[in-house]
Design a protein around this ligand. Sequence first.
Ligand code: MN
Length: 303
Amino acid sequence: MSEEYILSMKKWCEEILESYDASAEKLERRVASEELESWQNDLIQFKDQLLDTISFDKKELYERANSLYLQLEDFFNEEDETEDLEMSRVHQQSLSVPIGAHTLPPLPYNYNALEPYIEREIMRLHHDKHHKSYVDGLNKAEKEMQKARKTNDFSLIKHWEREAAFNGAGHYLHTIFWNIMSPKGGGKPTGMLLQEINQTFGSFENFKKHFSEAAKSVEAVGWTILVWAPRSRRLEILQAEKHQNLSQWDVIPLLVLDVWEHAYYLQYKNERGKYVDNWWNVVNWKEVESRLQQAKQLLWEPF
Ligand code: MN
């Protein structure tokens, strides 16, 4: 276990150095060369030391790696040098959604784009009615919770927390769901995503079988979700019975399949299995891989 940790740290160092090399030219124009050189030396020194380490403090290694990573991130953030501080603050703020101001994201394609696998009418109702009601419900819950904080009256907090979980999960999962599908979808994943799938499930076929079986056996309503667990640095397939329950708050959804009846009933009636099987034809693997790529930027202490 400890040897594995050292090896994964070493691999991480190599990946960081690679990404540094890829943008070295750009960085050299922005950051003082002594600063870059000292960072690079620190990283190489850290990497070399990993090989000699017999007994080590995992937390200390992690903290050192993290500080090297944060420094590299700072180098990239230098790009904002033309903006003054106020601009940068406004920019940061504009990236966040104000309380109670969520909006319905547009479908990234036409209502009929996923036919014949998912009919136009399902997409229209699912997006315009169902997803919209999650957005409205989440906004309402956030505002009510804000009101509770202001008035210090938390007598209804249990209700609004439930509403926030139910509608928030609905809003966030549907936002992923529209994007992990595409009229140009289907086929097999490639690259790093396929690598991780093979690593955990043995093969894409094994993964697909497991994911489909999990989707078909979700009790009543819910989702099947492929997650990257930053803690174990592995993929996992989870069921979410009623999406407000059984959430693993420490994970990031990558591939989600809506198996609520409203997602397929108009077209498939009670044949959820057929819908699940056909759904694979519209999966947007590029988007799933891009989500994994971003999720993997997270570096948490492994346990
Ligand atoms: Mn839905």
